[in-house]
Ligand binder design. Structure first.
Ligand code: NAP
Length: 336
């Protein structure tokens, strides 16, 4: 049966994929956003233009409306969680919100593959005041708010926890940065050999997961990790990009400690990490049959799309310095 779904956000990346999946499955979708990012789905999706932080305007716009599900793409802090509860608790039969794998990276005593309950462990004190970890700290508090509202007030919420999401419309440019480097034929720096592992998630799989949890009461009050099954190191990823595009990347392994002493630092390599970000997805598989797109399948789709329209490298500002640092490093290591 067709459901009425309100998507808070929905016109950029993840939200767009969810809206497409919902519409394809025959549901009615309203996109609530400010109008700064265009709705490319046309009149099939209703648009409600409003800043969702404006409580008065939101009440006015939503008036007496109610929804089978509210899918919130842009809730990041505990106070935003409290506002969401105020705005939507009496207005929806199911509330779905997106958390992040960053909630697992603040306690050195938890190890990958991460299970949903690992985020219940308190972050180590040193992470709490750090700007670098504020995204994960705030998302964790947001998750806890919704879990508590479910256990105390029966708020029918489901949390979908995402790792790095990849696919068409990805505005972060993280994966594309490596493809630009593989294709320009110049040295590709691999901080610490690029041995850190990722379990990515194809953006299209999020739409399928939303369809899987919607109207599934078993998922209320629960958190679900979503990710591909494969653990892929940054190094293997770059080599696979080379194979799929017919390039032979010249990888230069370089200690991050060395990079940090140069003007370059390590920010140029957005998928370098001191963690292995791998999620255990058995709960999603068990409760709603989550079946992720295999790594090589989505990567092929990504490289095919890139061949047609590579777009701009969002990390291009450091490219010439990367090459300079690689050449100097190789000269120091192999002077003859
Ligand atoms: N990308 C990843 O790898 C990744 C990983 C883990 C978790 N996540 C989670 O995914 C979610 C974000 O996904 P996304 O950015 O791709 O979602 P999206 O829904 O596709 O894009 C953001 C939407 O929010 C709207 N928006 C922004 N500020 C607004 C406001 N104040 N009021 C109303 N609408 C507003 C934007 O449109 P307007 O500008 O027109 O308002 C746009 O439609 C976050 O919860 C994030 O934590 C992402």
């Amino acid at each position: 049966m067709s459901a009425k779904v309100l998507l808070v956000g929905g016109t950029q990346f993840i939200g767009h994929h969810i809206a497409s999946a919902l519409l394809s499955a025959g549901h009615r979708v309203a996109l609530l956003h400010r109008g700064q990012h265009k709705n490319d789905l046309g009149p099939k999706a209703e648009e409600i233009l409003c800043d969702w932080h404006d409580e008065k305007e939101m009440r006015e716009r939503l008036k007496k409306r109610s929804f089978d599900a509210v899918v919130h793409c842009i809730c990041f802090t505990e106070s935003e969680a409290a506002l969401s509860y105020k705005l939507f608790a009496d207005r929806c039969a199911h509330f779905i919100y997106f958390s992040t794998a960053a909630v697992y990276l603040m306690n050195p005593e938890v190890h990958p593959p991460y299970r949903e309950e690992d985020a219940l462990r308190e972050p180590a004190q040193s992470y709490l005041g750090s700007e670098k970890f504020s995204y994960g700290v705030n998302k964790r508090k947001t998750d806890l708010f919704f879990l508590l509202r479910h256990s105390r007030n029966g708020f029918p919420s489901t949390i979908l926890r995402l790792p790095v999401v990849v696919g068409p419309r990805d505005y972060t440019g993280r994966l594309a940065a490596y493809l630009h480097r593989v294709r320009d034929g110049k040295p590709v720096l691999m901080p610490d050999g690029g041995h850190n592992a990722w379990g990515f998630l194809a953006a299209e799989d999020i739409g399928q997961a939303v369809l899987g949890v919607m109207k599934n009461k078993k998922t209320h009050g629960k958190v679900y990790n979503l990710a591909q099954r494969e653990a892929i190191s940054l190094r293997s990823l770059v080599l696979a990009l080379g194979r799929l595009t017919g390039n032979h990347p010249c990888l230069v392994d370089i200690p991050s400690i060395h990079l940090l002493k140069t003007r370059l630092g390590i920010g140029f390599s957005p998928l370098s990490s001191s963690h292995h970000v791998l999620l255990d997805c058995s709960a999603a598989q068990r409760d709603f049959g989550f079946t992720p797109t295999p790594f090589l399948s989505w990567l092929k789709g990504f490289t095919d799309a890139f061949k047609k329209d590579g777009g701009r490298d969002l990390f291009r500002s450091t490219r010439s310095l990367e090459v300079e640092v690689a050449q100097e490093f190789l000269k120091e290591r192999f002077p003859y």
